[in-house]
Design a protein around this ligand. Sequence first.
Ligand code: ZN
Length: 149
Amino acid sequence: METAVKWCNEILPKDKPRHLLGIGEPEDLFMGVENGVDLFDCVAPTRNGRGGTLYTTRGKINIRNAEYREDTGPIDADCTCPVCQPATSTHYSRAYLCHLYRAHEMLGGTLGSIHNLYFIINLVKKMREAILDNHFEEFKNDFLARYLS
Ligand SMILES: [Zn+2]
């Protein structure tokens, strides 16, 4: 995929935005950005969110797993989305989310999707800032070292 994206972006007009449809996993977003992609859209954050697979800075988790049944922490302590924020009345614990998914309550998929969309949008925002601050490679390496560990 990386070779195909690189090849396509070498022949596309330099003054036009480059859109990559269907790519939405964090490690793939880095690959796209490194190869000149400007825009992404993908069902992955909401499809994963509906199924209980949630992004964290330490990789994806399946919130339905038994290990989260009594976990009172947020999905990701480093996340600033409304679902994860302990400072607001909307904080939802991993335990509560685990219950919602196991009980097939639609609220679980809704909250998981909100978190996943925020996570991906925030990640791309941080990539943009890292490019402007001229430390994209360092940001990528730091993020992926945690995310893929
Ligand atoms: Zn969150």
